[in-house]
Design a protein around this ligand. Sequence first.
Ligand code: GUN
Ligand code: ZN
Length: 468
Amino acid sequence: MVSQVHLGHIFHIAGSPATGDAADALVEIPDGALIIDAGGRIAYCGARSDIPAAYRDEEVFDHRPGFLLPGFIDTHIHFPQTFAGDAYGGGQLLEWLELCIYPAESRYAEPEFARLAATEFCARRIAAGTTAAMVFGSAFPHAQDALFTETRRRGLRMVSGRGIQTTGEPSAAPLITSEDDAIRLTSEEIDKWHASDTGDVDTALLHVAIVPRFSLAVTRRTLKNLGELYDSVRERGVYFHSHLNENNRPGTGEVDATKQAYGVATYLDTYDGKFLPGSAVGGKSLLGRRSILAHCVHCQDVELRRMAETGTSVAHCPVSQQFLGSGTMPWQRTLASGVTVAAGTDYGGGDEWLIPQVLSAAFKVHISEPGEPGVSMHPAEMLFTGTLAGARALDMENRFGNFDVGKEADFLVVEPARVPALDGTLAHGTRSEDPTLARDQTLFALLMGIRESAIAEVYVQGRRIDVR
Ligand code: GUN
Ligand code: ZN
Protein backbone atom coordinates (compact mmCIF):
# COMPACT_ATOMS: atom_id res chain seq x y z
CA MET A 1 0.00 0.00 0.00
CA VAL A 2 1.25 3.51 -0.81
CA SER A 3 0.39 6.66 1.16
CA GLN A 4 -2.99 8.21 0.51
CA VAL A 5 -4.25 11.76 0.95
CA HIS A 6 -7.99 12.03 1.63
CA LEU A 7 -9.64 15.45 1.47
CA GLY A 8 -12.89 16.30 3.22
CA HIS A 9 -14.62 17.93 6.18
CA ILE A 10 -13.10 16.22 9.22
CA PHE A 11 -14.65 15.63 12.63
CA HIS A 12 -13.04 13.51 15.35
CA ILE A 13 -12.39 13.44 19.09
CA ALA A 14 -8.67 13.91 19.65
CA GLY A 15 -6.59 12.58 22.51
CA SER A 16 -8.12 10.48 25.24
CA PRO A 17 -10.80 12.51 27.03
CA ALA A 18 -13.49 11.41 29.48
CA THR A 19 -17.02 11.59 28.03
CA GLY A 20 -17.69 14.86 29.84
CA ASP A 21 -14.59 16.44 28.27
CA ALA A 22 -15.39 15.36 24.72
CA ALA A 23 -16.49 18.87 23.69
CA ASP A 24 -13.02 20.24 24.47
CA ALA A 25 -11.45 17.44 22.46
CA LEU A 26 -13.69 17.87 19.42
CA VAL A 27 -11.73 18.68 16.29
CA GLU A 28 -13.39 20.12 13.20
CA ILE A 29 -11.37 20.78 10.05
CA PRO A 30 -13.76 21.98 7.33
CA ASP A 31 -11.13 21.92 4.57
CA GLY A 32 -9.19 18.99 5.95
CA ALA A 33 -6.70 16.38 4.84
CA LEU A 34 -6.26 12.94 6.33
CA ILE A 35 -3.04 11.28 5.26
CA ILE A 36 -2.57 7.54 5.63
CA ASP A 37 0.94 6.12 5.46
CA ALA A 38 1.94 2.97 3.62
CA GLY A 39 1.42 0.95 6.80
CA GLY A 40 -2.23 2.04 7.10
CA ARG A 41 -1.65 4.50 9.95
CA ILE A 42 -2.62 8.16 10.32
CA ALA A 43 0.36 10.25 9.24
CA TYR A 44 -1.35 13.64 9.24
CA CYS A 45 -4.73 15.06 10.17
CA GLY A 46 -5.01 18.78 9.57
CA ALA A 47 -5.77 21.60 7.21
CA ARG A 48 -5.42 20.89 3.50
CA SER A 49 -3.37 24.05 3.19
CA ASP A 50 -0.78 22.71 5.65
CA ILE A 51 -0.12 19.27 4.14
CA PRO A 52 3.54 18.50 4.89
CA ALA A 53 5.82 18.76 1.87
CA ALA A 54 6.70 15.06 2.05
CA TYR A 55 3.11 14.16 1.09
CA ARG A 56 2.39 16.75 -1.57
CA ASP A 57 2.97 14.32 -4.43
CA GLU A 58 0.93 11.43 -3.03
CA GLU A 59 -2.28 10.15 -4.59
CA VAL A 60 -5.18 12.41 -3.63
CA PHE A 61 -8.74 11.23 -3.00
CA ASP A 62 -10.92 14.30 -3.05
CA HIS A 63 -14.16 13.63 -1.14
CA ARG A 64 -15.19 17.27 -0.76
CA PRO A 65 -17.84 18.35 0.16
CA GLY A 66 -18.09 15.01 1.95
CA PHE A 67 -17.08 14.30 5.54
CA LEU A 68 -14.32 12.13 6.99
CA LEU A 69 -15.23 10.48 10.32
CA PRO A 70 -13.63 7.73 12.41
CA GLY A 71 -15.28 4.33 11.79
CA PHE A 72 -18.22 3.62 14.08
CA ILE A 73 -17.76 1.08 16.87
CA ASP A 74 -20.63 -1.17 17.93
CA THR A 75 -19.94 -2.67 21.35
CA HIS A 76 -22.95 -5.00 21.39
CA ILE A 77 -24.60 -6.71 18.42
CA HIS A 78 -25.97 -10.24 17.94
CA PHE A 79 -24.79 -12.24 14.91
CA PRO A 80 -27.44 -14.99 15.35
CA GLN A 81 -30.14 -12.31 15.20
CA THR A 82 -29.12 -11.08 11.73
CA PHE A 83 -32.59 -11.92 10.39
CA ALA A 84 -34.44 -11.40 13.69
CA GLY A 85 -34.82 -7.61 13.71
CA ASP A 86 -38.35 -6.36 14.37
CA ALA A 87 -39.45 -9.79 15.57
CA TYR A 88 -42.93 -9.59 17.05
CA GLY A 89 -44.29 -12.01 19.56
CA GLY A 90 -45.73 -9.85 22.32
CA GLY A 91 -44.08 -9.21 25.67
CA GLN A 92 -40.77 -7.80 26.81
CA LEU A 93 -37.29 -9.33 27.07
CA LEU A 94 -37.86 -12.79 28.53
CA GLU A 95 -41.01 -13.50 26.47
CA TRP A 96 -39.35 -12.14 23.32
CA LEU A 97 -36.31 -14.37 23.85
CA GLU A 98 -38.45 -17.44 24.30
CA LEU A 99 -40.95 -16.78 21.53
CA CYS A 100 -38.86 -15.08 18.85
CA ILE A 101 -35.15 -15.25 19.50
CA TYR A 102 -34.32 -18.77 20.60
CA PRO A 103 -36.16 -20.23 17.57
CA ALA A 104 -34.46 -17.72 15.24
CA GLU A 105 -31.01 -18.49 16.63
CA SER A 106 -31.65 -22.24 16.41
CA ARG A 107 -31.80 -21.98 12.61
CA TYR A 108 -28.02 -21.45 12.59
CA ALA A 109 -27.72 -25.19 13.29
CA GLU A 110 -27.94 -25.46 9.50
CA PRO A 111 -24.45 -24.67 8.14
CA GLU A 112 -25.75 -23.24 4.86
CA PHE A 113 -28.06 -20.85 6.69
CA ALA A 114 -25.26 -19.81 9.05
CA ARG A 115 -23.01 -18.98 6.08
CA LEU A 116 -25.74 -16.92 4.46
CA ALA A 117 -26.20 -15.06 7.76
CA ALA A 118 -22.47 -14.41 8.11
CA THR A 119 -22.35 -12.85 4.64
CA GLU A 120 -25.39 -10.71 5.35
CA PHE A 121 -24.16 -9.73 8.83
CA CYS A 122 -20.84 -8.43 7.50
CA ALA A 123 -22.55 -6.64 4.61
CA ARG A 124 -24.94 -4.84 6.99
CA ARG A 125 -22.03 -3.87 9.25
CA ILE A 126 -20.05 -2.42 6.38
CA ALA A 127 -23.05 -0.55 5.02
CA ALA A 128 -23.47 0.99 8.47
CA GLY A 129 -19.80 2.01 8.68
CA THR A 130 -19.17 -0.21 11.71
CA THR A 131 -15.46 -0.87 11.44
CA ALA A 132 -15.07 -2.57 14.84
CA ALA A 133 -17.57 -4.55 16.91
CA MET A 134 -18.09 -6.75 19.92
CA VAL A 135 -20.27 -9.45 18.43
CA PHE A 136 -22.41 -11.73 20.53
CA GLY A 137 -21.95 -15.02 18.70
CA SER A 138 -23.93 -18.08 17.74
CA ALA A 139 -24.03 -21.18 19.92
CA PHE A 140 -22.88 -23.26 16.92
CA PRO A 141 -19.14 -23.51 16.24
CA HIS A 142 -19.66 -23.88 12.46
CA ALA A 143 -21.62 -20.60 12.51
CA GLN A 144 -18.80 -18.88 14.39
CA ASP A 145 -16.33 -20.30 11.86
CA ALA A 146 -18.44 -18.78 9.09
CA LEU A 147 -18.55 -15.42 10.91
CA PHE A 148 -14.80 -15.23 11.55
CA THR A 149 -14.03 -16.39 8.00
CA GLU A 150 -16.27 -13.78 6.39
CA THR A 151 -15.10 -11.04 8.77
CA ARG A 152 -11.49 -11.78 7.82
CA ARG A 153 -12.37 -11.91 4.12
CA ARG A 154 -14.03 -8.48 4.33
CA GLY A 155 -11.18 -7.02 6.41
CA LEU A 156 -13.26 -5.94 9.40
CA ARG A 157 -12.33 -5.80 13.07
CA MET A 158 -14.26 -8.03 15.41
CA VAL A 159 -14.30 -9.48 18.89
CA SER A 160 -16.73 -12.38 19.15
CA GLY A 161 -17.47 -15.57 21.03
CA ARG A 162 -20.09 -18.29 20.86
CA GLY A 163 -23.16 -17.64 23.02
CA ILE A 164 -22.98 -20.01 25.97
CA GLN A 165 -26.16 -21.56 27.40
CA THR A 166 -26.31 -24.50 29.78
CA THR A 167 -29.90 -24.15 30.99
CA GLY A 168 -33.17 -22.61 29.81
CA GLU A 169 -36.62 -22.89 28.29
CA PRO A 170 -37.64 -25.66 25.87
CA SER A 171 -37.43 -23.28 22.89
CA ALA A 172 -33.74 -22.73 23.72
CA ALA A 173 -32.97 -26.48 23.70
CA PRO A 174 -30.94 -26.46 20.43
CA LEU A 175 -28.71 -23.72 21.88
CA ILE A 176 -28.01 -25.47 25.19
CA THR A 177 -24.96 -27.68 25.69
CA SER A 178 -23.68 -29.82 28.54
CA GLU A 179 -21.40 -28.19 31.11
CA ASP A 180 -18.35 -29.91 29.65
CA ASP A 181 -19.16 -28.93 26.08
CA ALA A 182 -19.73 -25.32 27.11
CA ILE A 183 -16.13 -25.08 28.28
CA ARG A 184 -14.62 -27.29 25.58
CA LEU A 185 -16.27 -25.44 22.68
CA THR A 186 -15.34 -22.05 24.14
CA SER A 187 -11.67 -23.00 24.62
CA GLU A 188 -11.56 -24.47 21.13
CA GLU A 189 -12.89 -21.21 19.70
CA ILE A 190 -10.21 -19.24 21.55
CA ASP A 191 -7.46 -21.51 20.28
CA LYS A 192 -8.78 -21.45 16.73
CA TRP A 193 -9.68 -17.78 16.23
CA HIS A 194 -8.11 -15.51 18.85
CA ALA A 195 -5.59 -13.32 16.99
CA SER A 196 -5.69 -15.91 14.22
CA ASP A 197 -5.17 -13.34 11.45
CA THR A 198 -1.76 -12.07 12.58
CA GLY A 199 -0.80 -14.41 15.41
CA ASP A 200 -0.29 -11.38 17.65
CA VAL A 201 -3.04 -9.98 19.85
CA ASP A 202 -1.62 -6.45 19.53
CA THR A 203 -1.91 -6.36 15.75
CA ALA A 204 -4.87 -8.68 15.17
CA LEU A 205 -8.22 -7.67 13.71
CA LEU A 206 -9.87 -10.79 15.13
CA HIS A 207 -10.27 -11.51 18.82
CA VAL A 208 -12.33 -13.94 20.88
CA ALA A 209 -14.58 -13.33 23.87
CA ILE A 210 -16.12 -15.62 26.48
CA VAL A 211 -19.86 -14.96 26.16
CA PRO A 212 -22.38 -16.51 28.53
CA ARG A 213 -25.77 -15.30 27.21
CA PHE A 214 -26.77 -13.96 30.65
CA SER A 215 -26.80 -15.41 34.13
CA LEU A 216 -30.27 -16.91 33.69
CA ALA A 217 -29.04 -19.00 30.73
CA VAL A 218 -26.19 -20.64 32.65
CA THR A 219 -25.65 -22.40 35.98
CA ARG A 220 -23.40 -21.70 38.95
CA ARG A 221 -21.21 -24.49 37.70
CA THR A 222 -20.88 -22.85 34.29
CA LEU A 223 -19.96 -19.51 35.88
CA LYS A 224 -17.36 -21.21 38.02
CA ASN A 225 -15.86 -23.06 35.05
CA LEU A 226 -15.89 -19.93 32.89
CA GLY A 227 -14.14 -18.00 35.68
CA GLU A 228 -11.33 -20.58 35.66
CA LEU A 229 -11.14 -20.56 31.89
CA TYR A 230 -11.06 -16.76 31.77
CA ASP A 231 -8.37 -16.66 34.40
CA SER A 232 -6.24 -18.95 32.25
CA VAL A 233 -6.64 -16.87 29.05
CA ARG A 234 -6.83 -13.28 30.35
CA GLU A 235 -3.16 -12.71 29.63
CA ARG A 236 -3.71 -13.65 26.02
CA GLY A 237 -6.07 -10.65 25.68
CA VAL A 238 -9.31 -12.64 25.54
CA TYR A 239 -12.53 -10.70 26.26
CA PHE A 240 -15.63 -11.27 28.38
CA HIS A 241 -19.06 -10.15 27.21
CA SER A 242 -22.64 -10.54 28.46
CA HIS A 243 -25.86 -8.70 29.44
CA LEU A 244 -26.48 -6.97 32.79
CA ASN A 245 -29.51 -5.34 34.43
CA GLU A 246 -31.46 -4.93 31.21
CA ASN A 247 -35.14 -5.43 31.96
CA ASN A 248 -36.96 -5.09 35.23
CA ARG A 249 -40.61 -5.53 34.29
CA PRO A 250 -42.51 -6.33 37.49
CA GLY A 251 -43.19 -10.06 37.71
CA THR A 252 -41.33 -11.13 34.54
CA GLY A 253 -38.21 -8.97 34.66
CA GLU A 254 -34.74 -10.39 34.14
CA VAL A 255 -33.14 -8.41 37.00
CA ASP A 256 -35.33 -9.73 39.83
CA ALA A 257 -35.43 -13.21 38.29
CA THR A 258 -31.62 -13.33 38.30
CA LYS A 259 -31.27 -12.10 41.87
CA GLN A 260 -33.86 -14.63 43.00
CA ALA A 261 -32.38 -17.54 41.06
CA TYR A 262 -28.90 -16.93 42.48
CA GLY A 263 -29.90 -15.46 45.87
CA VAL A 264 -27.44 -12.60 45.33
CA ALA A 265 -27.47 -8.97 46.42
CA THR A 266 -26.61 -7.66 42.95
CA TYR A 267 -26.86 -9.05 39.43
CA LEU A 268 -23.22 -8.06 38.86
CA ASP A 269 -22.12 -10.42 41.64
CA THR A 270 -22.98 -13.37 39.38
CA TYR A 271 -20.23 -12.27 36.93
CA ASP A 272 -17.86 -11.27 39.70
CA GLY A 273 -17.29 -14.75 41.16
CA LYS A 274 -19.88 -14.13 43.90
CA PHE A 275 -22.63 -16.34 42.52
CA LEU A 276 -23.34 -18.38 45.66
CA PRO A 277 -26.33 -17.57 47.92
CA GLY A 278 -25.82 -14.35 49.86
CA SER A 279 -23.27 -13.30 47.18
CA ALA A 280 -20.67 -15.59 48.71
CA VAL A 281 -17.57 -16.15 46.60
CA GLY A 282 -17.80 -19.33 44.53
CA GLY A 283 -15.23 -18.70 41.81
CA LYS A 284 -13.13 -16.22 39.89
CA SER A 285 -14.31 -12.89 38.52
CA LEU A 286 -15.09 -12.32 34.84
CA LEU A 287 -14.74 -8.53 35.12
CA GLY A 288 -11.83 -6.44 33.84
CA ARG A 289 -10.53 -4.06 31.17
CA ARG A 290 -11.60 -6.40 28.39
CA SER A 291 -15.09 -6.99 29.78
CA ILE A 292 -18.17 -5.29 28.31
CA LEU A 293 -21.66 -5.61 29.77
CA ALA A 294 -24.65 -4.62 27.66
CA HIS A 295 -27.49 -2.39 28.89
CA CYS A 296 -26.85 -1.69 32.62
CA VAL A 297 -30.20 0.12 32.77
CA HIS A 298 -31.02 -0.82 36.35
CA CYS A 299 -27.63 -0.84 38.12
CA GLN A 300 -27.20 -0.14 41.81
CA ASP A 301 -24.44 2.33 42.71
CA VAL A 302 -22.38 -0.49 44.15
CA GLU A 303 -22.45 -2.28 40.79
CA LEU A 304 -21.34 0.80 38.86
CA ARG A 305 -18.56 1.38 41.37
CA ARG A 306 -17.34 -2.19 40.98
CA MET A 307 -17.45 -1.94 37.18
CA ALA A 308 -15.43 1.28 37.29
CA GLU A 309 -12.94 -0.26 39.71
CA THR A 310 -12.37 -3.29 37.50
CA GLY A 311 -12.35 -1.33 34.20
CA THR A 312 -15.48 -3.12 32.98
CA SER A 313 -17.38 -1.08 30.35
CA VAL A 314 -21.04 -0.50 29.49
CA ALA A 315 -22.49 -1.07 26.02
CA HIS A 316 -25.35 1.43 25.93
CA CYS A 317 -28.18 0.28 23.66
CA PRO A 318 -31.09 2.75 23.82
CA VAL A 319 -32.71 1.64 20.55
CA SER A 320 -33.08 -1.86 21.96
CA GLN A 321 -34.17 -0.56 25.35
CA GLN A 322 -37.03 1.25 23.65
CA PHE A 323 -37.92 -1.76 21.48
CA LEU A 324 -38.08 -4.12 24.46
CA GLY A 325 -39.52 -1.63 26.98
CA SER A 326 -36.44 -2.00 29.18
CA GLY A 327 -36.32 1.62 30.39
CA THR A 328 -33.59 4.25 30.19
CA MET A 329 -30.04 3.90 31.48
CA PRO A 330 -29.46 6.95 33.72
CA TRP A 331 -26.89 8.83 31.64
CA GLN A 332 -25.42 11.22 34.18
CA ARG A 333 -25.41 8.80 37.10
CA THR A 334 -23.77 6.07 35.04
CA LEU A 335 -21.02 8.38 33.76
CA ALA A 336 -20.47 9.86 37.20
CA SER A 337 -19.41 6.40 38.41
CA GLY A 338 -16.39 6.56 36.09
CA VAL A 339 -17.32 3.61 33.85
CA THR A 340 -16.71 3.83 30.12
CA VAL A 341 -20.01 4.03 28.26
CA ALA A 342 -19.90 3.11 24.56
CA ALA A 343 -22.68 2.55 22.02
CA GLY A 344 -24.29 -0.72 20.98
CA THR A 345 -27.04 -1.46 18.47
CA ASP A 346 -27.98 -4.76 20.16
CA TYR A 347 -29.37 -5.80 16.78
CA GLY A 348 -31.97 -7.63 16.71
CA GLY A 349 -33.09 -6.36 20.16
CA GLY A 350 -32.48 -3.02 18.50
CA ASP A 351 -33.82 -2.57 14.98
CA GLU A 352 -31.08 -0.29 13.65
CA TRP A 353 -27.64 -1.32 12.36
CA LEU A 354 -26.37 2.24 12.31
CA ILE A 355 -24.51 3.54 15.37
CA PRO A 356 -25.58 7.17 14.72
CA GLN A 357 -29.18 5.98 15.06
CA VAL A 358 -28.20 4.64 18.50
CA LEU A 359 -26.69 8.06 19.29
CA SER A 360 -29.88 9.72 18.07
CA ALA A 361 -31.95 7.49 20.37
CA ALA A 362 -29.55 8.26 23.22
CA PHE A 363 -30.04 11.98 22.68
CA LYS A 364 -33.82 11.58 22.70
CA VAL A 365 -34.10 9.32 25.75
CA HIS A 366 -31.64 11.28 27.89
CA ILE A 367 -33.22 14.66 27.20
CA SER A 368 -36.46 12.98 28.29
CA GLU A 369 -35.18 11.65 31.63
CA PRO A 370 -37.47 13.29 34.18
CA GLY A 371 -36.17 16.14 36.35
CA GLU A 372 -32.51 16.89 37.07
CA PRO A 373 -31.09 13.83 35.29
CA GLY A 374 -32.55 14.98 31.96
CA VAL A 375 -29.72 16.24 29.76
CA SER A 376 -29.16 17.48 26.25
CA MET A 377 -26.13 15.47 25.14
CA HIS A 378 -23.38 17.47 23.50
CA PRO A 379 -22.80 16.36 19.89
CA ALA A 380 -19.14 15.77 20.77
CA GLU A 381 -20.27 13.37 23.51
CA MET A 382 -22.38 11.60 20.93
CA LEU A 383 -19.48 11.27 18.48
CA PHE A 384 -17.19 10.15 21.32
CA THR A 385 -19.68 7.50 22.47
CA GLY A 386 -19.97 6.05 18.96
CA THR A 387 -16.23 6.04 18.20
CA LEU A 388 -13.43 6.56 20.73
CA ALA A 389 -15.40 5.24 23.72
CA GLY A 390 -15.96 2.03 21.77
CA ALA A 391 -12.24 1.65 21.18
CA ARG A 392 -11.66 2.26 24.90
CA ALA A 393 -14.31 -0.31 25.88
CA LEU A 394 -12.53 -2.79 23.60
CA ASP A 395 -9.25 -1.86 25.30
CA MET A 396 -7.81 -0.86 21.93
CA GLU A 397 -7.92 2.92 22.26
CA ASN A 398 -4.19 2.96 21.57
CA ARG A 399 -4.87 1.48 18.11
CA PHE A 400 -7.97 3.22 16.67
CA GLY A 401 -11.06 5.34 17.44
CA ASN A 402 -9.84 8.76 16.29
CA PHE A 403 -7.39 10.45 13.90
CA ASP A 404 -4.45 10.95 16.25
CA VAL A 405 -1.19 10.52 14.35
CA GLY A 406 0.12 6.95 14.55
CA LYS A 407 -3.25 5.26 14.98
CA GLU A 408 -4.54 2.63 12.57
CA ALA A 409 -6.67 4.40 9.98
CA ASP A 410 -10.27 3.24 10.39
CA PHE A 411 -12.43 5.90 8.77
CA LEU A 412 -15.52 6.65 6.74
CA VAL A 413 -16.35 8.90 3.85
CA VAL A 414 -19.83 10.36 4.31
CA GLU A 415 -21.55 11.99 1.34
CA PRO A 416 -24.58 13.94 2.50
CA ALA A 417 -25.75 14.41 -1.09
CA ARG A 418 -26.84 10.74 -1.05
CA VAL A 419 -29.47 11.54 1.61
CA PRO A 420 -31.52 14.55 0.50
CA ALA A 421 -32.91 15.32 3.97
CA LEU A 422 -29.40 15.36 5.46
CA ASP A 423 -28.04 17.35 2.56
CA GLY A 424 -30.77 19.97 2.98
CA THR A 425 -30.22 20.29 6.73
CA LEU A 426 -26.48 20.73 6.28
CA ALA A 427 -26.80 23.17 3.38
CA HIS A 428 -29.66 25.33 4.62
CA GLY A 429 -29.99 24.80 8.39
CA THR A 430 -29.65 27.95 10.47
CA ARG A 431 -26.29 28.17 12.22
CA SER A 432 -25.20 30.31 15.15
CA GLU A 433 -22.99 33.37 14.73
CA ASP A 434 -20.80 31.78 17.40
CA PRO A 435 -18.35 29.55 15.50
CA THR A 436 -18.15 26.96 18.29
CA LEU A 437 -21.90 26.55 18.48
CA ALA A 438 -22.14 26.55 14.67
CA ARG A 439 -19.59 23.71 14.61
CA ASP A 440 -21.59 21.75 17.19
CA GLN A 441 -24.81 22.35 15.24
CA THR A 442 -23.24 20.98 12.07
CA LEU A 443 -21.95 17.87 13.84
CA PHE A 444 -25.32 17.32 15.49
CA ALA A 445 -27.19 17.62 12.19
CA LEU A 446 -24.71 15.23 10.60
CA LEU A 447 -24.97 12.55 13.31
CA MET A 448 -28.76 12.76 13.57
CA GLY A 449 -29.28 12.78 9.81
CA ILE A 450 -26.82 10.15 8.57
CA ARG A 451 -28.39 7.07 7.03
CA GLU A 452 -26.63 4.03 5.58
CA SER A 453 -26.92 5.38 2.05
CA ALA A 454 -24.75 8.40 3.00
CA ILE A 455 -21.83 6.13 3.90
CA ALA A 456 -19.88 6.10 0.65
CA GLU A 457 -16.56 4.51 1.63
CA VAL A 458 -15.30 2.45 4.58
CA TYR A 459 -11.63 1.93 5.49
CA VAL A 460 -9.98 -0.32 8.09
CA GLN A 461 -6.22 0.07 8.62
CA GLY A 462 -6.21 2.31 5.53
CA ARG A 463 -7.60 -0.48 3.33
CA ARG A 464 -10.81 0.30 1.48
CA ILE A 465 -13.62 -2.20 2.01
CA ASP A 466 -16.22 -2.74 -0.70
CA VAL A 467 -19.35 -1.09 0.67
CA ARG A 468 -22.00 -2.38 -1.72
N1 GUN B 1 -30.46 -11.11 27.35
C1 GUN B 1 -30.16 -12.41 27.10
N2 GUN B 1 -30.16 -12.66 25.78
C2 GUN B 1 -30.45 -11.50 25.18
C3 GUN B 1 -30.59 -11.13 23.81
O1 GUN B 1 -30.45 -11.90 22.87
N3 GUN B 1 -30.90 -9.82 23.57
C4 GUN B 1 -31.06 -8.92 24.57
N4 GUN B 1 -31.36 -7.67 24.26
N5 GUN B 1 -30.96 -9.26 25.85
C5 GUN B 1 -30.65 -10.54 26.15
ZN1 ZN C 1 -28.07 -8.07 23.56
